[in-house]
Write a new protein. Sequence first.
Length: 331
Amino acid sequence: MPAPVKQAPVKQAADPATPGKTQTPTDPTTDPTTDPIAAAAVPGQLTARPPEGTELVPVRLALKDASVYQITTIGMVAFTGVRASGFAREERVELDTCEGAEATRRCRVTHRYVNFEAEPPNGRIFEADEQLVDKLVTSHTLLATGAREGDTTITGDDAQTASPAGQALKDVHRFFCLRFPDEPIGVGAKWKDSCHLRTGGVIDTREVIWELTSMSKDEDGHRRAEFTYLGRYTAPSPKGDRSGTVQGVLYYLLDAGEPHLLKEQISTRRDATSNFYTTTTASYQFARLKPGKPGKKGKETWVRTDGEPFPDAAPVAPPAPAGDMTPAPAR
């Protein structure tokens, strides 16, 4: 696999999104989706408003036509009593067929897998899961709020397309379940979402509460935002659904309307009475393709999603598993 693009360090104090501050998602033992107000809300609807007098801003994906993103994921998957294994994945996401502006903006998002590697002792299991769908290309409509709309088109390898694993991709959100509310918000605003990703070889369900936790400006006056989410996580397995919690933090380039870095942790147990836990941690680094100059020889390069170069920093390290968990496949 090619070396990942240069990325901002995991340490938040070094990340320009929120200088000098380390943000941890809310306590995972508390599931906000059980709140009566949150449970009654529809995706994108506010479940809590910011304090009176808070500055309100519209938050939207820019959805620039002909955008090409590379998403580099570095992660660990852990379950009790098994030695740690990690993985790295590269995915390509493209936007085209765009129309509308600002709140009504929409584009077709097309996703494809590029590279995948995993380490022993469980790497072969991870790779086998990836190879069930790695030759498939999927497309669906993406709205400026992050919501997906309409049916998903699946093309590529005929055998993979026809397989249960391939057909299951019809439910997957190909822009990583990012979701913003349908109205301007300020720090302290919360809203609900329900979404599906492919994790550990299966299609999961995430019912979460998002929150805008901070806004700041960099040295050039560009606004950044930090969002957290927390909620219920469910994934199918041969012995019945595994359930638990998912929590994450998104570092977002607010003026550019672009994601920068997403960090996530999923914790599940085999069943309600089991002491057997699975923990998956991952960092998703978003980058944008910058084509070479027309008429000149030169390779395309990957830059930050706002077009700025990545700082000279070590690549994102795999997040440490929680507690005394040791990584292994989330199945």
